[in-house]
Design a protein around this ligand. Structure first.
Ligand code: ATP
Length: 327
């Protein structure tokens, strides 16, 4: 298995590595040379807007479809030449869930145990243990189609774990879940990692990547636009800013004329100034506004987060008001 030299110089085996991975559908290039190195036992998040190619990457790495070019190794096996070795080491859950709604949760689990050639007795033992672990014992005898979204996802992961995979692909595991179910799912993912499983996660939720992932790659236009820890990615983009909003066009104009390094939005009557968000800087701006006799109607402080990284790397900058702190 290839290794990574992270971890203070001690080589860490790579669970997944790709080199120049390419995939197109007709004229549409979806993956345009993707290089990934994912150490075993870590959580990796592939982040990208709708249609960026996240599911395509998961499908190639889990041997559901083949790449047009490049190479990929999963658990030490080449996805093109040794797909059986890859399949024996991985579990996949997500948008193409294996849950059959017409049979009960327990029957779904037992079917999975059969597929993995467990004995009847071992299958029943593993099923009971996993249903218990994922809080599905009470619902075990009910048809899976009667489960809530969160229960179905939990069943899906429980079914994946029947085969004791060392690498799990979770394709948008919390899309459509309510906050409590999302938080439960995060807990489950953390437990998997504590057991030494490698998790390859795709998500559109930046907070999810921030919360769970050791490393994050942002996929855009078929390429990895940036890769690193959440902190490294946040350092890639310019720092925070202070935004001043005016109701009075005259006050707006005077402030805009006097302030340097300011970004104007003449329609919204707002000005944006680069800032580290410190108390000292905030005070000097307030002092300056006071001494110039200018009153802003609203002042908000914005510190960079993964949303900024995402917007900066995947499209035109869109300020995220919800993360701002009104003063
Ligand atoms: N079988 C297919 N035939 C043709 N085009 C496809 C096929 N599968 C995917 N695509 C296209 O490839 C692009 C990437 O799709 P993919 O599902 O990998 O994106 P994604 O990042 O997972 O998106 P989402 O977040 O919406 O699930 C999209 O433009 C999609 O329409």
């Amino acid at each position: 298995m290839p290794t990574s030299s992270r971890n203070g110089g001690i080589p860490t085996p790579l669970a997944i590595s790709t080199s120049e991975l390419r995939k197109a559908y007709g004229d549409k290039v979806v993956l345009d040379g993707i290089d990934l190195r994912i150490p075993a036992g870590s959580v990796f998040a592939l982040l990208g807007p709708n249609g960026a190619g996240k599911t395509t990457a998961v499908k190639i790495l889990s041997t559901l479809i083949s790449a047009d070019g490049g190479q990929a190794q999963v658990a030490g096996h080449d996805v093109a030449t040794a797909p059986d070795g890859v399949r024996a080491a991985i579990g996949v859950t997500g948008q193409f869930s294996a849950v059959d709604g017409l049979i009960t949760g327990e029957e779904n689990m037992l079917l999975m145990a059969d597929l993995h050639h467990l004995s009847k007795r071992e299958g029943r033992r593993v099923t009971a243990e996993l249903l218990e672990r994922f809080d599905l014992t009470d619902a075990a005898k009910k048809p899976a189609q009667s489960y809530s979204g969160g229960m179905k996802r939990r069943l899906d992961i429980a079914m994946t774990l029947v085969g004791s995979p060392r690498i799990i692909f979770l394709d948008e595991p919390t899309t459509g879940l309510d906050p409590r179910s999302r938080s439960n799912m995060w807990g489950i993912i953390r437990e998997l990692v504590a057991d030494g499983v490698t998790v390859f996660l795709t998500t559109q939720y930046l907070d999810e990547a921030d919360e769970l992932a050791d490393r994050i790659a942002v996929l855009n236009d078929g390429r990895i636009a940036a890769e690193g820890t959440a902190e490294e990615l946040k350092r890639l983009i310019p720092g925070g800013h202070i935004r001043l909003r005016f109701a009075d066009p005259g006050a707006y104009q005077r402030a805009a004329d006097a302030l340097r390094e300011v970004t104007r939005d003449d329609e919204a009557l707002t000005l944006q100034l680069p800032s580290d968000g410190s108390q000292r800087e905030l005070r000097s701006i307030l002092d300056w506004l006071d001494s110039a006799g200018i009153e802003a109607d609203e002042l908000t402080v914005h510190t960079p987060d993964l949303d900024d990284v995402f917007f900066a790397l995947t499209g035109p900058a869109v300020p995220n008001q919800s993360k701002e702190t009104a003063r």
